[in-house]
Design a protein around this ligand. Structure first.
Ligand code: DPM
Length: 352
């Protein structure tokens, strides 16, 4: 039992249990997201480890003080070297194909996936419609800028970078921006919901693939950890995100192209709306398709990855349907000229 690459701990009674180590980045949002997953695991696991006679422990890697914090790639390296056993990410930051050996073992219930407007304190009470001509809105998201330029032509858009703390500071302490656009989910997790002046409706701004959902990345071969984290999966979120990621992958879009989605599950139907935009939003292609995800054959298959996600316990048939839906919708957009729009957008953005 104490063989192999993993870390074990022996308690005062001589009982040995495997230590589950979680890697995190140092940013406040990353820590909050990691802690929330750790809390869920602690809550869910008392029974299970009593049954199997093991006490799973959670150990958050990296003290807040000195050592370097890890970026997504470094976290994957730490996973590869068995220094950590799982890593928590915002799903929208994970590519649609993961490097060999890794998989997303859980996609947690999605928070509000929409974007939110955070106003400079001097603009309290205003909306994007009523902000004065040439007001500057901060966002580095091509997706947000493209949609909002079209819808609110009187506004200007400028890049704003840095983590959420930095961005809010740049907004509040200077007069460079009239407002910034951020994901509602991130603001909520940070405890800054009171700064949300407005949630953007899909007619104004559709969200990014995977936005608002947390993902747990693990070693694909680590069956014990995969099994353990798989109970965190939220089936509707998984199916929506598989469809969204399959859509993005088929379009050959990365995380920085003007691609947006909207998904819904209702009466065992999965609806996917997807769109691509030119950088100024003047050109766009948007379509909606749906598929049945009705529980039929309840076949579950272990260890099959779809767009990087391994969802043991979620019916395989429904996952296949979700993936096909994303591919079909992308093919429809491609047949209407999506590739040309994205190629030009990419070239113009690279040249900026
Ligand atoms: C990605 C984008 C952004 C993040 C691009 C997009 C926003 C960049 C920006 C792929 N990742 O959305 O079109 O505003 O300049 C990011 C945030 C979260 C995860 C912050 C945010 C938190 C919300 C979540 C950055 N990644 O979008 O406001 O879990 O979805």
């Amino acid at each position: 039992m104490e063989e192999g690459p993993y870390k074990y701990i022996r308690d005062g009674n001589g009982k040995v249990s495997r230590v589950i180590r979680i890697g995190t980045r140092k940013s406040q949002l990353a820590r909050i997201q990691t802690d929330s997953v750790a809390d869920k695991l602690k809550e869910l696991y008392p029974d299970v480890h009593l049954e199997i006679g093991e006490q799973l422990q959670l150990w958050i890697l990296l003290p807040g003080d000195k050592t370097s914090y890890l970026f997504t790639k470094e976290l994957e390296n730490a996973l590869e070297r068995n220094e950590v056993d799982l890593v928590v990410h915002s799903l929208k930051d994970l590519p649609t194909s993961l490097p060999a050996g890794f998989t997303i073992g859980a996609v947690l219930k999605r928070e509000n996936p929409h974007d939110a407007v955070v106003l400079h304190p001097s603009n309290t009470g205003k909306t994007l419609d009523t902000l004065p001509e040439k007001s500057v809105i901060g966002t580095s998201s091509l997706r947000r800028a493209a949609q909002l330029k079209k819808r609110f032509p009187h506004l200007e858009f400028k890049d704003i970078r840095g983590n959420l703390n930095t961005r809010l500071k740049k907004l509040d302490e200077k007069d460079d921006f009239a407002a910034i656009i951020l994901a509602a989910a991130g603001l909520k997790r940070m405890g800054w919901e009171n700064r949300i002046s407005l949630i953007l409706e899909p007619e104004d701004c559709m969200y990014a693939v995977g936005q608002g959902a947390l993902a747990v990345e693990v070693r694909a071969r680590d069956a014990d950890i995969l099994e353990m984290v798989s109970v965190l999966h939220d089936p509707d979120t998984v199916l929506r995100c598989i469809a969204e990621r399959a859509f993005l992958k088929q379009l050959e879009g990365g995380c920085s192209v003007p691609v947006a989605v909207h998904t819904k599950v209702k009466d065992s139907q999965l609806y996917l709306t997807g769109a691509v935009y030119s950088l100024d939003g003047s050109q766009s292609i948007k379509e909606t398709m749906q598929t049945s995800i009705a529980p039929g054959d309840e076949r579950v298959d272990e260890q099959v990855q779809r767009v990087g996600v391994t969802a043991i316990k979620v019916p395989a048939e429904a996952q296949d349907a979700a993936e096909r839906l994303g591919v079909k919708l992308a093919d429809l957009l491609l047949s209407k000229g999506a590739k040309e729009i994205l190629t030009v957008a990419r070239q113009l953005n690279d040249a900026r």
